[in-house]
Design a protein around this ligand. Structure first.
Ligand code: NAD
Length: 490
C-alpha cells in the first residue's frame, strides 16, 4: 500500500496541497506520497520559526534546559533508530545494515550538542578605555534554513539541528525531494521531545520553489546547506536577498594514496569500503585511488577480486553488501561519465554496467577503471556512485600533485608505514580531512568540511556550534561623573 507523509509546521502535522511520488530504488516503483511544500508553506514555516525565536517559551529557556531537550531528542532517535533506518533504506536504497549503524550513531551527535548547550560562553574584555566594563554576549543568530541532500539525511541534518538548537536558534529543515521519509518521521520525534512549537519545522519539496523560497527568505539569518556545488551556487545567489550567514558542505573527489610500503591487505580493504560502501554515494567516497607503480598490478588485481565478490541485492536484506543507486538520474549520470572516460582512454578493470540479473531498480556493478592521466572524466567529476578511478605515480611528489589536482578538497587517505611521510602528507594534502592508515571514520567531536569546491565552513565539533551564534559587545560606563558637553570648548 502506498504510504502518505505529512510536513511539520508550527508544531502541527499537515498535508500539503500537492504531493509527489517517492520511488523505492530497489524496485523502481512508487511506495509513498510526499508533501511538496509550496512557497506559501515555506513562508509559514519561516514565520513560525521566527515567532518561536522571539517567544519567551524558547528565547528565555536557559541553556541547560535546551540541552535537556536535546538529550531527550537523542534518546528518542536511539529508541526509534530501527524504524528510521527502515524508512531510509526504503526511500533511498541505502543498505539496512548501513542505515541501522549510522542512525544509531546519529543519537551521539545530538548528545554531543546537548552537552555543549550550556558551554557556549561570552567574555569580559580588559578594554583600553577608563571606567568601562565591556562584556561580549554570545547570542543565537536567529532562524536557520537547513537543507540536506538525499543521502544520509538524518546524519546530515543532525550536524545542523544539533548545534542550531544548542545555540538557541530555531530552524526550518528542508528534506531532499529524493528520499525524504526519514526526516519527515524524525519530525515526530522532535514533537514528542517537547520542543516549543515552531522551534523545529520540517518540510520537503523541490529546489526551485521550496529551496529557493527558504534560502532567500528575509527572516532567515543562517543557511546550513549540504548538496552539490552547482546547487550551492544557486543558494549563494538566493542569499543575496537576506545576506544570511552560510556554511556549505559540498561534494568531493577524494584521493586515497597507497605507497609500496603500506600494509597491502588493510589498504585494499579500506579502499573497497571507501568507494563501495553506500554504493559510492557518499561525499567522502574515496573515488580516486592514487597508487605507486610497483604495486599497481597486484593491488588492482586484489581489488578486482574483492569487488567481484560483493553481494549486490535487496537493501533491506542484512546479508546484502551493496544496494542500488538512489535515483535513475544517478544511474544515467554514471553511465554517461563512464562512457566518456573509456573514450578518453580509461580501461574498465571490472564492472561498468548494470548487473545482468538486476535491471529492475537502479543497480550498478562495483566498477574499477584504470586511467592513463588525471584528465579522464571519471577522475575529474564526482560520480557519486560505485566507481573507483585508478591513477598511478612514481614518486611522493607526484602522488601529492595528483591528489591535489582537483577543484574539490573534502577528504583524503594515505596508506604508508613510513611515519615521516605520513606527517609530510598530512601537511601537503589540500583537503579538510586526512585519514592515515584508515578511511571514512567520523565523530561528532571532530570538525568536518572541505577546501575549494567542497565547501565553506565546518560542521561537527565545538566550533561548529559557535557558527550558530554571533557576539554582541556591551559597553557599560562605570563612572558617576557627568559626561561633559562635547560642544563646549575647554
Ligand atoms: P543537490 O545539490 O541536487 O540537492 C541538495 C538539496 O538542495 C536538496 O534538498 C535540493 O532540493 C536542494 N535544492 C536544489 N535546488 C535548490 C535551490 N535552487 N535553492 C535551494 N535549495 C535547492 O544534491 P543531491 O544530488 O541531493 O546530493 C548529492 C550531492 O551532495 C553530492 O555532490 C554530494 O557530494 C553532496 N554531499 C555533500 C556532503 C558533505 O558533507 N560535504 C554530504 C553528503 C552529500
Amino acid at each position: 500500500m502506498v504510504q502518505r507523509f505529512q510536513q511539520y509546521i508550527d508544531g502541527a502535522f499537515e498535508d500539503a496541497k500537492e504531493h509527489f511520488d517517492s520511488i523505492d530504488p530497489s524496485t523502481g516503483e512508487v511506495w509513498a506520497h510526499m508533501p511538496s511544500a509550496s512557497a506559501d508553506d515555506v513562508d509559514r514555516a519561516v514565520q513560525a520559526a521566527h515567532r518561536a525565536f522571539m517567544d519567551p517559551a524558547w528565547a528565555n529557556l536557559n541553556a541547560t534546559a535546551r540541552g535537556k531537550l536535546l538529550y531527550r531528542l537523542a534518546d528518542l532517535v536511539a529508541q526509534h533508530a530501527p524504524r528510521l533506518a527502515e524508512l531510509e533504506t526504503r526511500d533511498t536504497g541505502k543498505l539496512i545494515r548501513e542505515t541501522r549503524a549510522q542512525i544509531g550513531y546519529v543519537a551521539e551527535y545530538y548528545r554531543y550538542y546537548a552537552g555543549i548547550a550550556d558551554k557556549m560562553q561570552g567574555a569580559w574584555l580588559p578594554v583600553d578605555k577608563p571606567d568601562m566594563e565591556v562584556t561580549v554576549r554570545r547570542e543565537p543568530v536567529g532562524v536557520v534554513a537547513a537543507i540536506v541532500p538525499w543521502n544520509s539525511q538524518l546524519f546530515l541534518s543532525a550536524v545542523k539541528v544539533g548545534p542550531a538548537l544548542a545555540a538557541g536558534c530555531t530552524i526550518v529543515l528542508k528534506a531532499s525531494e529524493d528520499g525524504p521519509a526519514p526526516l519527515l518521521e524524525f519530525a515526530r520525534l522532535v514533537h514528542e521531545a517537547g520542543f516549543p512549537k515552531g522551534v523545529v519545522n520540517v518540510v520537503t519539496g523541490f529546489g526551485n520553489e521550496c529551496g529557493r523560497t527558504l534560502t532567500s527568505h528575509p527572516l532567515v539569518s543562517k543557511i546550513a546547506f549540504t548538496g552539490g556545488p552547482e546547487t550551492a551556487r544557486h543558494v549563494v545567489r538566493n542569499s543575496a536577498d537576506n545576506l544570511a550567514a552560510m556554511s556549505l558542505e559540498l561534494g568531493g573527489k577524494s584521493p586515497v594514496l597507497v605507497f609500496d610500503d603500506a600494509d597491502i591487505e588493510s589498504a585494499c580493504n579500506a579502499v573497497v569500503a571507501g568507494i563501495f560502501a553506500a554504493t559510492g554515494q557518499s561525499c567522502v567516497a574515496g573515488s580516486r585511488l592514487v597508487i605507486q607503480r610497483g604495486i599497481h598490478d597486484a593491488f588492482v588485481a586484489k581489488l578486482v577480486e574483492k569487488a567481484e565478490a560483493i553481494r549486490i541485492g535487496d537493501p533491506q536484506d542484512m546479508a546484502t553488501e551493496m544496494g542500488p543507486l538512489a535515483t535513475r538520474r544517478q544511474l544515467e549520470h554514471i553511465q554517461k561519465v563512464l562512457k566518456d572516460s573509456v573514450e578518453a582512454g580509461a580501461r574498465v578493470a571490472t564492472g561498468g554496467s548494470q548487473p545482468s540479473d538486476k535491471t529492475r531498480g537502479y543497480y550498478f556493478q562495483p566498477t574499477i577503471v584504470d586511467c592513463p592521466n588525471t584528465q579522464v572524466p571519471s577522475v575529474t567529476n564526482e560520480l557519486f556512485g560505485p566507481v573507483l578511478s585508478v591513477v598511478t605515480f612514481d614518486t611522493e611528489a607526484e602522488a601529492i600533485a595528483i591528489a591535489n589536482d582537483t577543484r574539490y578538497g573534502l577528504a583524503s587517505g594515505v596508506f604508508t608505514t613510513n611515519l615521516t611521510r605520513a606527517h609530510r602528507l598530512s601537511r601537503a594534502l589540500r583537503a579538510g580531512i586526512v585519514w592515515v592508515n584508515t578511511y571514512r571514520v567520523v565523530s561528532p567531536i571532530v570538525p568536518f568540511g572541505g577546501y575549494g569546491l567542497s565547501g565553506l565552513g565546518r560542521e561537527g565539533g565545538f566550533d561548529a556550534a559557535m557558527e550558530y551564534t554571533r557576539t554582541k559587545s556591551v559597553w557599560i560606563r562605570t563612572s558617576d561623573e557627568p559626561i561633559v558637553d562635547p560642544f563646549v570648548m575647554r
